[in-house]
Design a binder for this molecule. Structure first.
Ligand SMILES: Cc1cc2nc3c(=O)[nH]c(=O)nc-3n(C[C@H](O)[C@H](O)[C@H](O)COP(=O)(O)O)c2cc1C
Length: 326
């Protein structure tokens, strides 16, 4: 997830049970510049393997060149192609979900990338269609399979839905039945019991979790326990949540020359963590002004001692990240 799943956060998820990780999407064109920002997007630690770098772009040759370049540079375990991003600035350049409307180009891109990095596997992520009138996931899945894609993730929403409404798991199931490659289902998995229900409903080979991990990366181990038929692991305590928040910030800040800049960059992540925590509204207000780890520690002290006693209506505000992607 853009702005979320960097190496630090991926390791947080891996330590809590995530099996396969993917970088946030990276422009295939941008890869060629090999600048500091691109390096941050594609860099990873050995313990993150198996890891894929996700690329987006609009032209077969551009994506093939980008994929080859990132293979030579970082040697990820697979390359993933993004055919799902709904954001205007990507779609208007014919990238991401815009390609769902052009099956031939989508297949040409996949073939070019498969050829460029063989024998390294190429995977892809699609949405179920552009809008409710043009749901074509099965058709696109067959094209991608034929192009040599080895695994396909299907996000059960159309581009028009953005991140609202419900993911359509019937379409995900239909895709999984129609192709021979493994299909990973994605959309609205926010609890272990939901994961189990979706797994029984659709013949998928894997499940992908997006937004729920931003707030609770423990979801992966909770899902695994449920699949093994074990009791749910103890829910994270308030103190566990704070330990994670502080540890996440500490790790992030290590790569920033100026602490305040690093903390500013962490604010949207802090907003996501605040969801479901007591006194979340006041917590968000304080997170919105935090400048240093010391200030964060002071917020923790306030929250653990007194903040949790503040009564607030139970509301879920959109994070800035949600708004940007809306
Ligand atoms: C902030 C944000 C950034 C995202 N960035 C990406 C991305 O870079 N690549 C991608 O394939 N999907 C991206 N997604 C979509 C998620 O991977 C996922 O498909 C979607 O959120 C639905 O799953 P969920 O209901 O579990 O969140 C992003 C979603 C969010 C909320």
């Amino acid at each position: 997830m853009a702005g979320v799943t960097n190496s630090v956060f991926r390791r947080i998820c891996k330590a809590r049970g995530a099996d396969v990780l993917t970088t946030e999407f990276v422009s295939a064109e941008g890869i060629m510049h090999r600048n500091e920002r691109t390096e941050h997007y594609v860099d990873f630690q050995p313990e993150e393997r198996p890891l894929g770098v996700q690329l987006f772009g609009a032209e077969p040759e551009q994506l093939a060149r980008g994929a080859r370049a990132v293979m030579d540079w970082k040697q990820p375990d697979f390359i993933d192609i993004n055919f799902g991003c709904p954001v205007n600035k990507v779609v208007c350049k014919n990238g991401g979900s815009a390609l769902l409307r052009d099956g031939e180009l989508l297949a040409a891109i996949a073939s070019a990338v498969v050829r460029a990095v063989a024998p390294v596997p190429v995977t892809a992520k699609i949405r179920i269609g552009w809008d409710a009138q043009s749901v074509n996931a099965t058709e696109n899945a067959k094209r991608l399979e034929e192009a040599g894609v080895k695994r396909l993730t299907v996000h059960g929403r159309t581009r028009a839905q953005g991140y609202s409404g419900e993911a359509d798991w019937d379409v995900i199931a239909a895709v999984a039945e129609a192709v021979h490659i493994p299909v990973v289902g994605n959309g609205d998995i926010n609890a272990a019991e939901v994961a189990v229900r979706r797994w029984t409903q659709a013949p998928v080979s894997g499940l992908m979790v997006g937004r729920a991990a931003m707030n609770s990366p423990w979801i992966f181990q909770e899902m695994k326990a449920a699949f093994r038929g074990e009791d749910a692991p103890p829910a994270p305590t308030l103190s566990d949540r704070w330990d994670l928040i502080e540890d996440h910030c500490r790790q992030e800040l290590a790569r920033w020359r100026k602490t305040e800049k690093g903390m500013h960059a962490m604010r949207s992540r802090l907003m996501a963590y605040s969801r479901g925590m007591p006194a979340s509204r006041e917590l968000r207000r304080r997170f919105g002004a935090v400048e240093s780890l010391d200030e964060l520690a002071a917020i923790r002290a306030w929250h653990e001692n007194a903040g949790h006693a503040i009564e607030e209506p139970d509301e879920q505000e959109a994070t800035p990240a949600d708004a940007a992607l809306g």
